[in-house]
Design a protein. Structure first.
Length: 704
């Protein structure tokens, strides 16, 4: 058989049942050309199904209209677009290349146009509107789906006139393309920089783990010496330990001037345009600002409430933060006197020195006890202790990169619960940061007939969730050894994954993490609380060479140092929230200089002078390309919730299974089926207050 004849018989894997464990994505079978073919066929099938819906002669009902609009998966024929979009978007973030990037640029306007075609289909909206106004008795979850569907059409322009709809199409298509370009520019700038060191003396102060990782990075690039990059596991130790101040400055400036250089990766004008596109879209839909548009579906409710929280935090934390910075500056002055001022590239180095003086503790002292394989066991063990679930690696489940591990997850009763992917380490085609995503959501498939007319029983379709991180890599000499901060990152993303894995709702669009943005961080930030709990650390923190447990005395130092620079860290997050809100509460066209505007926007939360030639906005993926526009405050909002929620566990027992089951039943399994405050109050018995957060951070003394 010729190669040409063989290729003619090949069928696009997106068009077939996957025939893998739990119908997981067959990554190794997918070719570049499969994506575009599946996208176009998926759009065609989507359009065909919508035509069936709008031409249905029967009176619109929840069953014959909304379930189609929600794309019930009863017929695996027309969910093709969702199937390919999910894989493609995840690969763009975790394992991209030039060909995928080029295809993304090509497909972005096509996919955005299709999304607009659906949202602006007047006949489809008319059927949804009829159901909205004439429906009979519905369950609470059905009511929520109906409300979400109706609001989705309205917020996507269904009530606009023809000219308005056409303008909305232009705005959304341009914004989609620019968001993609923003991300691609940032990834290219980040991966283009390297600090190549050939003189071993320039490694002074760096711990052995950082040297080994840099040597490995150099060998991977076929270079002599050591290479440091802007990936967090490489940059963070360098900024913390290197005694070479000029090299710290070089690293800092490289990171903080990304995407403002005079080259094709400059994001300044892209950011301006995105801000204005979102403002105009909001105003087209009847809102004064984009923040007003966003806040309709947020717990905060209004920009005023967001600012209220941010300024409450400034008032509570700034006095302590000022004193924290003064202490670091005093240590700097011992080395440089009064003639030299501390600069941003000095802060990590001297705050670390202060931490050593005060607590005799740093991340390198803890690394030997945080071997990644043991941390994985500890995190899984915590989930088992709280919820009774277990994890079993299954190497028959395909993965998209050798770094990725795939697990089957089983519930307390042994029933299959989910597939869990974990992608741990930085690499060339991977965005920075950490995130949780899904390759398949959860939903309950009602009894239905298949294409052959056979009756298929009800099925709870279980999710395939993934956490993607950039943790310290193993070297030729040592396994992957994490910092305590990286353990917290793992716990954070694992908390998101539990939200996905425990999903138990009828509709996929309401399941798992499909909740309001300022609620979605509660499960993740809640899990971070365990990072310094002695009884949790005792389960996995053993020295990777000797097997000795993490000493009690070190654990005590961890606990005592938990609030080291807490106020400064809080204000840093508040500053990002202020910047975000400043852009998206603009009611007039934004024409300001981005760099100058940024300095002014967050000045109330900034402690020491800013450098005029650095910029955060152009690399602030959360608010430019990551869905957090007018929503970055969510981290602090959810921190109030997570501190309040964990206070319940502290009172009732941090491993109390009854409390954990209540948390699972009231919050983790319910997704977006009810208003988030209703879900939270059902768990907590009342609304949260800021008190638990202030007490946890040492700003306020706990009441006895």
């Amino acid at each position: 058989m010729t190669k040409e004849a063989s290729s003619e018989k090949r069928i696009n894997p997106f068009f077939l049942p996957y025939n893998t464990p739990h119908e997981t994505v067959p990554f190794g079978d997918i070719r570049l050309e499969d994506y575009e073919q599946a996208f176009m066929e998926g759009i065609r099938r989507d359009d065909e199904e919508i035509e069936k819906n709008i031409n249905n002669p029967e009176e619109p009902t929840f069953e014959n209209t909304l379930l189609r609009t929600d794309y019930s998966k009863g017929d695996h024929y027309y969910d093709l677009l969702d199937r390919v979009s999910t894989v493609f978007s995840n690969m763009l973030s975790a394992e991209t290349n030039d060909d995928l990037d080029a295809l993304a640029q090509k497909m972005s306007p096509i996919l955005t146009k299709h999304a607009n075609d659906v949202a602006l289909n007047s006949k489809l909206f008319a059927r949804v509107k009829y159901v909205y106004e004439h429906h009979g008795e519905l369950t609470p979850e059905e009511n929520m789906l109906l409300q979400k569907s109706y609001d989705g059409f309205v917020r996507s322009g269904a009530l606009l006139d023809d000219a308005g709809k056409e303008r909305l199409r232009m705005l959304t298509e341009e914004a989609s393309l620019l968001s993609l370009q923003f991300s691609q520019n940032l990834l290219k700038e980040n991966k283009a920089f390297e600090l190549h060191i050939t003189d071993e003396q320039d490694l002074d102060g760096l711990p052995e783990t950082a040297r080994e990782a840099a040597a490995l990075a150099a060998r991977e690039r076929q270079k002599e010496g050591w290479v440091f990059t802007l990936d967090h596991p490489s940059m963070s130790p360098f900024m913390t330990y290197s005694t070479r101040r000029e090299l710290r400055k070089q690293m800092y400036m490289a990171k903080n001037t990304e995407c403002i250089h005079d080259n094709s990766e400059n994001n300044l004008e892209i950011c301006k345009r995105l801000i204005n596109l979102r403002r105009e879209l909001a105003q087209l839909l009847g809102y004064e600002t984009f923040a007003d548009y966003v806040m309709v579906h947020r717990m905060a409710g209004s920009a005023a409430n967001v600012y209220k929280l941010l300024h409450e935090l400034i008032d509570a934390y700034k006095p302590t933060a000022v004193e924290e910075v003064k202490e670091v500056e005093a240590l700097f002055a011992k080395d440089f006197g009064d003639e030299e001022k501390m600069q941003p590239w000095d802060f990590a180095f001297y705050s670390h020195k202060l931490q050593m003086e005060r607590y005799n503790l740093d991340s390198e002292m803890l690394r030997p006890y945080f071997q990644l394989d043991k941390v994985i066991g500890g995190v899984f063990g915590l989930a088992n202790r709280l919820y009774g679930i277990t994890f079993k690696e299954n190497k028959d489940i395909p993965v998209y990169h050798p770094d990725v591990k795939a697990y089957e997850v089983f519930d307390r009763d042994g029933a299959y619960l989910a597939v869990f992917y974990a992608d741990f380490h930085p690499r060339k085609g991977k965005q920075g940061g950490a995130w949780m995503t899904e390759f398949q959501g959860q939903w309950i498939e009602r009894e239905h007939k298949n294409a052959q007319g056979e009756i298929c029983p009800e099925e709870n379709v279980r999710p395939h969730v993934s956490v993607v991180m950039n943790l310290t890599k193993p070297t030729d000499e040592n396994p992957a050894l994490l910092t305590l901060g990286e353990v917290e990152t793992f716990l954070h993303e694992f908390g998101h994954s539990l939200h996905g894995m425990f999903a138990n709702t009828r509709f996929e669009s309401l399941s798992g993490t499909s909740v309001w943005w300022d609620f979605v961080e509660l499960p993740s930030q809640f899990m971070e609380n365990y990072a310094i709990e002695r009884d949790f650390l005792r389960t996995f923190a053993f020295h990777y060479k000797t097997g000795e447990p993490l000493p009690d005395e070190l654990i005590e130092r961890i606990v005592r140092s938990r609030n080291f620079m807490a106020a400064y860290g809080c204000l840093r997050q508040v500053a990002f929230g202020l910047l975000d809100m400043a852009y998206y509460t603009k009611s007039e066209e934004f024409n300001d200089d981005i760099i100058r505007f940024e300095k002014e926007a967050w000045k109330d939360a900034i402690i020491f002078p800013q450098l005029p030639d650095t910029c955060m906005t152009v690399q602030f993926s959360h608010i430019m390309a990551g869905g957090y526009a007018a929503g970055y405050y969510s981290y602090k909002w959810a921190e109030v919730l997570d501190a309040d929620a964990f206070s319940v566990f502290k009172r009732e027992g941090i491993f109390n299974q009854q409390t954990a089951q209540r948390f699972r039943d009231c919050i983790l399994s319910r997704g977006g089926t009810e208003h988030p405050m209703k879900l939270y109050k059902r768990f907590r018995g009342g609304e949260p207050t800021i008190d638990a957060l202030l007490e946890r951070n040492g700003i306020k003394k706990a009441e006895k």
